[in-house]
Design a protein around this ligand. Structure first.
Ligand code: GLC
Length: 726
């Protein structure tokens, strides 16, 4: 027995010793890797282990693209937008940053090497009015980012379409804060569903590109809160984006990236944003920006490198930046990385597999759902498959479909379908998805001829010979420059000549946003296809031939003339946003202006009716119910819109979008729907009380198919109420 005891004690001793050895040889304990702790607790634990230098390393991001006098860090993804080194000692992964909201965009220096799937433009996604479509698109982008070894997506552009000539409207979510916030929020949620951190940008009022790095947006706080800032607030609530990118411009005098009121006051204090603020590329002006809410200086390539390096350390030593600020900066970055999952789900390769086939289908489906049928006299569309002849004219439709320029540019697989176009400030890129080829595939028995549209008389002759003519007109828009709403003398003359030659003329628009359509009364059908992405040509043909019943609705007003805009003359310098929160359709309604096509508008190949509108107040909540029905012969998707209007006025505009539902309805089918109205949409922001307040009184709930077509209404009475929270 004694021997047995001895043996057991030896075994026990050996076990204890080996455990101790294991423990000693085990990697250092990393309590911050305990995923059961909150992101904030994990960030605190990690920060406590970091040296000053390591904390400083977190708050500067390098350019990822080489330039003649700059070589990115070795670990940066070649051609990406940015790179923040990791800290291996503590298991902190690098932050590999890439653009943007339409797909994984590589900078122009290496565009030939890394091609990815392009969604339709952000404005096209907003035109679907389908948050699920936006989510799926974002999820696709996040998957391609992961496979490309990138874990921070510089997406989430949500600047309101306040200025229809803004060159970057195509990247954003339109003119209404609810629609833009919900749609962009869903897209960012999709990106982050891959454990890829996304931004929401450009905070705030970067609503034009003219003098974007210096112009001063002037707007009173109440109007700001009820317009652009509400879009950001909703998008952040919907997405829990890990970061916010502050913008280049000034807001009420201070640069956005050092705007204490915007960053510390509204974003971090009022809204309780727990993540971090990164600068736009080159938007940091000095280490003191850190004291005013900026957490990370990104996109530096040498000359601004030390702004948040040595110069920040000096500023903290001099007391111009509180030393504790650096801990808060680092903590915000780390807590977002924990919250989104960058530690548990590190990107491990930039050569990951990508299921391009399914991704291109996501892009095409979104494009199909985004297209807006603006006009369809005598039901010219859809085209019959047995049509005998079609003239396809202009828009490089034989090659592909247009996309927007700038840092969001995704370079397509198969290369640029129309290389070498001017300007080359940013490359003009056509996705190689030819509408002509797709149209031919839909009408195999037809004679489908292409005419480039360069010689108007020749184009008119081609149109005259055909049973129908499809004219493609384009407007290229890009970052760093604003656009004209005029499609140009040649394109306008081309449309007129073709329409004159053939009354069965259809115009397909490939634009970055609203454009002027002076010939709209002279053509029978108009389809807004936006920048339709990687499979845009196929999507256009499906809509033209009725395989897809168009269900896009305008996310922005199409003005009839520039004179209708708050600022007919686009300017730089100090831009007084005198329209305040009356953006887009609100401005038009407040000034009884008749646009060419209103916000929310879009036709279908079938007909929907709405009925049984009812509203009820339950405690603090306002619920609206109604029915939608498809009374036509073809299945389709309806977008029933609810607006709210105070009977006694007093708002920035007569009415606001308060909600919507999108339905798939078979012929004859009906659907009941209910919407609970976000109380902020019933309120005005009281800057004295620093709160949203609902005024007592009667409010009309309006139901219809656009901001101007609202035949049904009910009235409810609301009590005066100050909302809790921001
Ligand atoms: C650009 C853009 C921003 C982009 C960044 C990185 O200047 O304003 O949207 O994410 O730089 O490319």
């Amino acid at each position: 027995m004694k021997k047995l005891n001895n043996k057991l004690s030896v075994i026990l001793l050996l076990l204890l010793t080996s455990c101790a050895q294991l423990r000693d040889s085990a990697p250092p304990a990393r309590p911050w890797m305990n995923a059961s702790l909150s992101p904030d607790a994990r960030a605190d634990l990690l920060m406590a282990q970091m040296t000053r230098q390591e904390k400083l390393a977190l708050v500067t991001g390098f350019w990822g693209s080489p330039s003649p006098d700059y070589t990115p860090p070795a670990l940066a993804r070649h051609g990406s937008a940015g790179f923040v080194p990791g800290i291996a000692r503590l298991g902190i992964p690098p932050q590999w940053q890439t653009d943007a909201g339409i797909g994984v965009a590589q900078q122009r220096s290496v565009q030939e090497k890394i091609t990815r799937t392009a969604l339709p433009s952000g404005l096209a996604v907003a035109a679907t009015w389908n948050p699920e479509a936006a989510f799926q698109g974002g999820a696709m982008i996040g998957d391609e980012a992961r496979a490309s070894g990138l874990n921070v997506q510089l997406a989430g552009g949500v600047n309101l379409l306040r200025e229809p000539r803004n060159g970057r409207n195509f990247e954003y979510g339109g003119e209404d804060p609810l629609l833009a916030g919900v749609m962009v929020g869903a897209a960012v949620r999709g990106i982050q569903s891959n454990y890829i951190l996304s931004t929401i940008k450009h905070f705030a009022f970067n609503d034009q590109e003219t003098e974007r790095k210096s112009y001063n947006a002037v707007i009173d706080e109440g109007a700001a809160r009820m317009s652009d800032l509400l879009a950001f607030q909703i998008a952040l609530e919907q997405s829990h984006a890990g970061a916010v990118m502050c913008s280049y411009n000034r807001v009420n005098g201070d640069y956005a990236c050092s705007n204490d009121g915007l960053l510390n006051g509204i974003l971090k204090k009022d809204w309780g944003f727990p993540g971090y603020v990164m600068s736009d590329w080159g938007a940091t002006h000095g280490p003191e920006d850190a004291a005013r809410g900026l957490d990370q200086n990104t996109g530096v390539d040498g000359d601004a490198l030390d702004l948040f390096g040595k110069r920040l350390a000096d500023a903290m030593a001099a007391g111009t930046v509180p030393p504790a600020r650096l801990d808060d900066m680092g903590r915000r970055i780390l807590r977002s990385m924990f919250a989104v999952g960058l530690f548990e789900h590190p990107v491990t390769t930039d050569q990951g597999d990508i299921d391009f086939k399914s991704h291109e289908l996501v892009s095409q489906r979104t494009a199909e759902e985004s297209m807006v049928l603006l006009k369809n006299d005598q039901n010219l569309l859809p085209l019959a498959a047995n049509i005998r002849s079609i003239a396809v004219i202009g828009g490089h439709a034989n090659g592909g479909v247009l996309s927007g320029g700038g840092s969001s540019q995704v370079y397509p697989r198969g290369g640029n379908a129309v290389p070498g176009l001017k300007p080359t400030s940013w490359p003009v890129v056509y996705n190689p998805s030819s509408p002509l080829a797709a149209i031919r595939a839909h009408a195999p028995g037809a004679e489908v001829r292409y005419d480039a549209g360069t010689d108007i008389r020749r184009s008119a002759r081609a149109a005259r010979k055909a049973q129908a003519a499809v004219v493609f007109v384009t407007q290229w828009a890009s970052e760093s420059q604003d656009v004209s709403l005029d499609l140009g003398t040649h394109q306008n003359a081309l449309v007129r000549a073709v329409a004159k030659a053939n009354p069965r003329t259809i115009v397909v628009l490939e634009t970055g946003g609203p454009v002027l359509l002076p010939w709209r009364s002279q053509v029978k059908a108009i389809v807004e296809a936006w920048y339709p992405g990687t499979r845009g040509g196929a999507a256009i043909a499906k809509v033209l031939f009725g395989d897809v019943n168009p269900s896009g609705r305008l996310p922005a007003t199409f003005p009839a003339s520039l004179s209708q805009l708050p600022r007919p003359q686009l300017q730089g310098g100090t831009v007084q946003y005198a329209e305040g929160a009356a953006v887009g359709y609100k401005w038009f309604a407040a000034h009884q202006l008749q646009p060419a096509f209103p916000f929310g508008f879009g036709l279908s190949y079938t007909t929907f009716t709405h009925s049984a509108l009812a509203a009820r107040v339950e405690g603090d909540a306002l619920h609206v119910t109604f029915q939608a029905r498809n009374i036509g012969k073809r299945a389709g998707r309806d977008v029933a819109q609810v607006y709210v209007a105070p009977v006694r006025g007093g708002w920035e505009a007569p009415r606001r979008l308060a909600g919507w539902r999108k339905f798939d309805l078979a012929p004859g089918a009906g659907m009941n729907a209910g919407i609970t109205i976000d109380p902020r949409l019933l309120a005005t922001y009281d800057t004295t009380a620093h709160a949203w307040r609902i005024a007592a009184g009667d409010y009309r709930l309006l139901l219809g198919t656009s901001s101007q077509d609202l035949p049904q209404s009910v009235t409810v009475t609301l009590a005066e109420r100050t909302l809790k929270g921001p």
